[in-house]
Ligand binder design. Structure first.
Ligand code: ZN
Ligand code: ZN
Length: 299
């Protein structure tokens, strides 16, 4: 967890730097599109702060009051980030609408607009480099909060490229209407992204089952390591950040000793834990009369 923590803290520093560049760009150019881009960066910095706090909470081990650990804090932070993105989209929609209704000329490319574009490009380059670092760490550590952060930065970079290209065109051709139109496009794009972040995080909070391959692999491992048992059924699995919880019923011959049944359980647990980092396993042992003749048949 240490590396995730440091990365999240550094994220805030990078975010402030990028935000400074973009606010300055919006200020010197007076452009609505650049303002939208800057607003996105404000969201970045705040969400990085929330992500850091969530990581701190999420990394705490299980305790008396939260006996399954605190990993879901990260999902909640991802939802908060998504919600903020949606609010930022609304603010941009509003400002773009005002500018469409009351158009005003852009500053010249040789003056404020050109300087603003340069500053924005610089901010975009910093963002891109950082997003790539973040995404690698997020995948390594299976951290949804960092993943959401990285995803946000990447779309931010795409936005920057689009904004700069369009404003360059607007400046060269004198099509000032492009400015609010680009802002509208940004708002639309971040609306999609924010909704997606919220929806995937909600799936996680609702204990969405792991992908089919994972379930199949779990059953395969149980089948190969449960010699002596009869079947396994009622598999349930849920994911909480970097750890997952697995439970199932194991049917054994009714006359088998507790000691022998427990030995089978230990064998299965060992095999599963070797392959799946951080899995917590609970096995309910049953006599053969409880067999359902479905699920995983051991023999
Ligand atoms: Zn059962
Ligand atoms: Zn035991």
């Amino acid at each position: 967890m240490g590396s995730v923590f440091k990365i999240a803290a550094a994220s805030i520093g990078v975010g402030v730097l990028v935000l400074g560049c973009k606010l300055l760009a919006a200020q010197v150019s007076g452009s609505t599109a650049l303002f939208s881009d800057a607003l996105e960066s404000v969201v970045n910095v705040i969400s990085s702060g929330i992500a850091l706090y969530a990581l701190y909470i999420g990394a705490k081990p299980a305790d008396d009051t939260h006996q399954y650990g605190h990993a879901k804090a990260e999902l909640i932070s991802a939802i908060a980030t998504g919600a903020m993105i949606l609010v930022a989209a609304l603010v941009i929609f509003q400002r773009a609408a005002i500018e469409l209704l009351h158009p005003r000329p852009l500053l010249p490319l040789s003056g404020g607009l050109g300087l603003g574009l340069l500053l924005n490009l610089l901010a975009g380059a910093v963002n891109l480099a950082w997003a790539l670092v973040l995404r690698r760490v997020a995948r390594l550590e299976r951290s949804p909060a960092l993943e959401a952060d990285a995803q946000h930065l990447i779309s931010d970079v795409l936005t920057t490229i689009g904004v700069v290209a369009a404003l360059l065109g607007a400046g060269l051709l004198g099509w000032h209407i492009l400015d609010p139109l680009v802002a509208l496009a940004i708002a639309g794009q971040i609306t999609v992204m924010g909704s997606r972040t919220v929806l995937t995080s909600i799936s996680g909070l609702l204990d969405e089952a792991p992908p089919q391959e994972v379930t199949a692999r779990v059953q395969e491992l149980v089948r190969t390591h449960a010699a002596g048992a009869i079947e396994a059924h009622d598999f349930r699995m849920r994911q909480a950040g970097p750890s997952s919880f697995l439970e199932f019923h194991l049917v054994v011959p009714g006359a088998m000793s507790v000691e022998a049944a427990h030995e089978i359980c230990d064998r299965i647990e060992k095999a599963l834990k070797q392959e799946m980092r951080g899995v917590v396993i609970t096995i309910h042992v049953e006599p053969e009369a409880k067999a359902k003749h479905e699920g995983v048949l051991v023999r």
